[in-house]
Design a protein around this ligand. Structure first.
Ligand code: XMP
Length: 500
């Protein structure tokens, strides 16, 4: 396994993923974390700071003391240089973006051409090195692009993990297998078997409960833990009345009938809708739904459960660690049905070291239907935050049908998988129209679709006009109550993805 120390680069997750794609398990830690002891190599990530700043993140002592192979990238390289007798300075030329590098032969560049384009992003450079270290690649500006500190300690000024670096993957591969001599032994099949055993040994004949939302992460966690403990897992699906059309039946069909999971559907529609009566404020809506969810879940979990399974995944953890926030807090804020904080249960998070794409692959291996694994994200508060202002049954019915039409049409034109998230919003504003020869006064419905990676930033999707036209025609023809359809062309920032 490879330990990656995260110095705050936006590419750290990418780096961890590249290592795993090459068949070696990787774990991201912070510089002040204690590493587990069975690692075979260390990678130091890039980072936004200068190693010369007072509050720059240091190289922990154990790194050099471990005598393990080390690869420093960008900030990581400069940190190694600084700690091994070199000098790092702000140079006149800062290099950002694609930069040509000339390579001098070395095992880490095995099978790589003499001139390659690399991706750089640095203002500081290593300017001086003791003679015993070799510069093994340079840029045109004569800046050290790669340094060999010893037979197993290397630094790269450029980012091999980024696709813009030619042969970047090969360089990482050379480090892992020629320099660090690691074995290729990480695979998702192994992971599943090991995880199932681990969970079996931990839970034994005790009982566990999970809040199943029908989203990717909780679905995969449910099936994985079910494989380990069978009937002793109870999955609770809370229908808060703010779900999409047919959602409950869909989830029931898949988990109860297809996969045979002990699924408990809790119908709390009335409970939620009653509490949401006369509520207009988005934050208040979210708060009520969050609280109510936890109560429903607690009522159902009362007594007899020892474990709570959660579908936390790696990006949840890395992101929260990098921003210095505490994981539980982000989850309970961001995920309705997240951690009920005062519930007296031990937590099991079987997916917490996996990336989203790995979670999906595991889902496929476990036989979860693709349309569950590749569906768009859906917020915990559901349609409540897609109806501006007060929520009524009438509005919910309109929104459900509009959503269905939009999604169905995207799928029909093969656009569903091209966008990250698509949905409709009922604005609660009414405008004038004409139907036949009659005046009409009906709701404005907005359609929203965005392209994104993790939802932190997003661009509105450039969906072809003929698709938008079809969606608009179908919605105004088929749904009574909608008189006008508009397309939201705002990115995030400044807007958020959801309207509330
Ligand atoms: P925003 O609107 O913040 O949304 O740009 C970013 C992503 O998060 C989803 N979202 C939520 N998911 N509970 C969730 O589980 C929430 O309270 C929540 N609010 C927003 C949103 O659908 C988008 O994918």
């Amino acid at each position: 396994k490879v330990i990656i120390i995260d110095y705050g680069s936006q590419y750290t997750q990418l780096l961890a993923r590249r290592v795993r794609e090459l068949g070696v398990y990787s774990e991201v830690i912070q510089y002040d974390d204690t590493p587990s002891n069975n690692f075979g190599a260390i990678i130091l990530s890039g980072g936004p700071k200068s190693v010369n700043e007072q509050d720059s993140l240091p190289l922990p002592k154990w790194v050099l003391e471990s005598n393990k192979p080390i690869l420093g990238i960008c900030y990581g390289l400069q940190l190694l240089a600084k700690n091994l007798g070199g000098k790092v300075k702000r140079t006149e030329v800062a290099e950002y973006g694609k930069t040509e590098v000339e390579i001098i032969q070395d095992p880490i560049f095995y099978n790589i051409p003499k001139h390659i384009i690399t991706w750089m992003s640095h203002g500081d450079s290593v300017t001086k090195l003791p003679q015993k270290y070799n510069v093994i690649a340079k840029t045109k500006n004569n800046i050290y692009a790669a340094i060999k500190f010893s037979n197993n300690i290397y630094g790269l000024q450029f980012h091999p993990e980024v696709k813009h670096t030619d042969h970047g993957e090969k360089i990482i591969k050379n480090f892992l297998f020629y320099i660090a001599k690691l074995e290729k032994n990480w695979s998702l099949n192994n992971f599943i078997d090991e995880k199932i055993n681990e969970i079996k040994n931990e839970i034994k004949d005790k009982k566990a409960i999970i809040a199943l939302s029908g989203g990717v992460d909780s679905s995969v966690a449910t099936v994985l833990v079910h494989k380990a403990i069978g009937k002793n897992l109870k999955a609770v699906f809370v229908n808060h009345g703010l779900l999409r059309l047919n959602e409950e039946n869909e989830v029931k069909k898949i988990f109860k009938d297809l996969i045979g999971i002990n699924l408990n559907i809790v119908d709390s529609k009335k409970r939620f809708l009653n509490r949401l009566k006369n509520i207009y404020d988005p934050e208040q809506k979210r708060k009520i739904i969050g609280e109510e969810f936890i109560r429903v879940f607690e009522d159902d979990a009362k007594g007899h459960y020892d474990y709570l399974v959660q579908g936390t995944i790696y990006s949840d953890i890395i992101e929260s660690a990098a921003s210095g926030k505490n994981t539980a807090k982000i989850k309970s804020h961001h995920n309705v049905g997240g951690l009920p904080e005062n519930i007296n249960l031990k937590i099991i998070e079987p997916l917490k070291f996996l990336f989203k794409d790995e979670v999906r692959k595991i889902g496929e291996i476990l036989g979860i239907p693709k349309h569950i694994l590749y569906r768009h994200p859906f917020p915990g508060p559901g349609l409540a935050i897609r109806i501006i202002g007060e929520i009524t049954e009438e509005k919910l019915n309109i929104l459900r049908r509009a959503d269905q039409i939009f999604i169905e049409t995207l799928k029909e034109y093969n656009w569903y998988n091209k966008v990250w998230q698509a949905f409709t919003v009922l604005t609660s504003i009414k405008t004038v129209g004409v139907v036949g020869d009659e005046r009409n006064y009906d709701y404005v419905l907005a359609i929203r679709s965005v392209d994104s990676v993790e939802g932190m930033t997003a661009n509105w999707s450039k969906i072809p006009f003929d698709i938008l036209e079809k969606v608009s025609n179908r919605i105004t023809n088929e749904i009574k109550g909608v008189g006008r359809v508009v397309y939201d062309i705002t990115s995030k920032p400044p807007a958020t993805i959801e309207w509330e």
